[in-house]
Design a binder for this molecule. Sequence first.
Ligand SMILES: NC(=O)C1=CN([C@@H]2O[C@H](COP(=O)(O)OP(=O)(O)OC[C@H]3O[C@@H](n4cnc5c(N)ncnc54)[C@H](OP(=O)(O)O)[C@@H]3O)[C@@H](O)[C@H]2O)C=CC1
Ligand SMILES: O=C(CO)COP(=O)(O)O
Length: 333
Amino acid sequence: MRLKVGLLGGGSWGTTVASVVSRNAPITLWARDAETVDGINADNENHKYLPGIKLPSALRATNDLAEVVAGADVLVMGVPSHSFRAVLEEAASHLRPWVPVISLTKGLELASGKRMTELIEEVLPGHPVGVLTGPNLAREIMTGQAAASVLSMEDEIVVRALQPVFHSGLFRVYTNTDLLGCELGGVLKNIIAIAVGMGDGLGAGDNTRSALMTRGLSEITRLGVAMGGRAETFAGLTGMGDLIATCTSPLSRNRHVGVELGKGRPIDEIIAGMNMVAEGVKSAPTVIALAERYGLDMPIARDVYDVTQGKRSAQEVFRGLLRSAVGDEAHPG
Ligand SMILES: NC(=O)C1=CN([C@@H]2O[C@H](COP(=O)(O)OP(=O)(O)OC[C@H]3O[C@@H](n4cnc5c(N)ncnc54)[C@H](OP(=O)(O)O)[C@@H]3O)[C@@H](O)[C@H]2O)C=CC1
Ligand SMILES: O=C(CO)COP(=O)(O)O
């Protein structure tokens, strides 16, 4: 039986995942924006988020959320974290019982600090939940570059059953049962990418970038393990893998924010000039609150928080980093 997939969210990543899935399964994409829907159906193009890229003709889009959700055997959530709960609540009354819900979103709920899969469990109790995450820059995948990703769900049987929905020749989908670890890796690497971007914007060198990424991974792993993730997950595709892609690619929106901060531009101006989401800016305060709750020192994340809140400049933060105490690499703090 071919599972029918419904995907909510017509941004760059929702459209990309829908295009990938359309090779394997019937899929309908819901977008709130009528022009996005028309562009996908009439021109096979998402003019707003993936201009110039031809989408598969099998991909169909609609404005009708109820139709997409009610017809889905698998529901995929591709809206940013700030809209996730509202869209999920709208979907809830239309979803059939036990339909798995997979999140593509790499952010935390601002008010509660919750992960997106925690929101799914809260709004849709009883539905199997998962994430699809990894080093996956949308535009690269749409231009036919190979990539690997991870479908993570706690139940090994369910995750194996859903893997073929997402996996294809150039989009290689592994499975992992460490849901919390996989999900957190995707959230936390955004903050380190902002830090690396700040360094690049200030003209820092490759050694500096390498130091920030490595110490950043150490911060990610400390918090992730304290919250219940497995250490080895953070060394895999959803941790180190995604960190490398996001910290080094000019396509990353989070890194872009960092680069512009490094050049001295104010955060509000940078965000106002972007038509896409940079989740790390929104999750930095929540991550700092989590670090405090778990009694952990996360100096790079704290610096990103300070700069994105306008408390200090990128330049000040970089001077501070060079002056900070250095101890045992393996046992910081
Ligand atoms: N882009 C990428 O390469 C990757 C992104 N991700 C993650 O995927 C998630 C989505 O990002 P991405 O697709 O890139 O985001 P974009 O900024 O490209 O697009 C955001 C989309 O969400 C829609 N949206 C926002 N608020 C609402 C709402 N209240 N109701 C309905 N739709 C809404 C927007 O609609 P509208 O146009 O109408 O505003 C738009 O279609 C993020 O968490 C991101 O971190 C993960 C991996 C790769
Ligand atoms: O998550 C991503 C790559 O895996 C996309 O990163 P940005 O949101 O920074 O563009």
